[in-house]
Design a binder for this molecule. Structure first.
Ligand code: ATP
Length: 193
């Protein structure tokens, strides 16, 4: 079964590509970010562990995790990031393993940390979405309203994009227009079907 793993640097265009694959090419999408959000839902064991470690100041009035405050902690401290990932990644992997066994049609797995979390075995081909680091920084600062320093810290927490490109089956260049990106997606879809 064809299972496409979408990855790339933060803010480089993974969601743009996966939305297009869903709407235009009708692929089912399984998104690691959504699984990771579920993993810290109200009442989850991982949310309790987070509160035990950092205190209830990370819980908003409605009982949900304040992801932005957690982000500030983990993107300024690699050891804390590693701790959090140890809690969440096994759950994410388990859900993908289940989805892989269940898949009856070609599907897309969006896994931002596909390489970092060693999840390459979950998919049959790897597409890396890539843009210049300058564009990445600008897109990230604009969308997340982050300072330059905060955006740079998030970028540097990931594997360098060149290493990801080297390990990809397909590299999609997202340095120019949306149309140019989507044309490459169309070609990549056709490469094996
Ligand atoms: P994250 O890693 O944070 O989940 P992502 O890799 O999913 O991000 P997107 O959300 O697809 O990236 O894109 C990041 C931002 O850049 C979005 O605001 C998106 O609209 C914009 N963007 C993506 N590609 C282009 C493009 N070719 N031209 C202009 N803007 C773009």
């Amino acid at each position: 079964m064809r299972l496409i793993g979408i990855t790339g640097g933060i803010g480089m265009g993974k969601t743009t590509v996966s939305n297009y694959l869903a709407t235009t090419h009708h692929f089912p999408i399984v998104d690691a970010d959504l699984i990771a959000r579920d993993a810290v839902a109200i009442g989850s064991p991982i949310l309790s562990q987070i509160v035990d470690r950092y205190g209830s100041k990370l819980i908003r009035l409605d009982g949900t995790l304040d992801r932005s405050r957690l982000g500030t902690i983990i993107f300024s401290d690699a050891a804390e990031r590693a701790w959090l990932e140890q809690q969440i990644h096994p759950h994410v992997r388990h859900v993908f393993e289940t989805e892989r066994l269940r898949a009856t049609v070609p599907s897309v797995f969006v896994i931002p940390l596909l390489f970092e979390a060693e999840m390459t075995d979950l998919v049959t081909e790897i597409w890396v979405i890539s843009c210049s680091e300058q564009q990445q920084l600008q897109r990230l600062m604009q969308r997340e309203k982050l300072s330059r320093e905060q955006a740079e810290a998030r970028i540097q927490s990931q594997m360098p994009i060149q290493e990801k490109r080297d390990r990809a089956d397909v590299v999609l260049e997202n340095s120019t227009s949306l149309e140019a990106l989507l044309n490459q997606v169309d070609q990549a879809v056709d490469r094996q079907s």
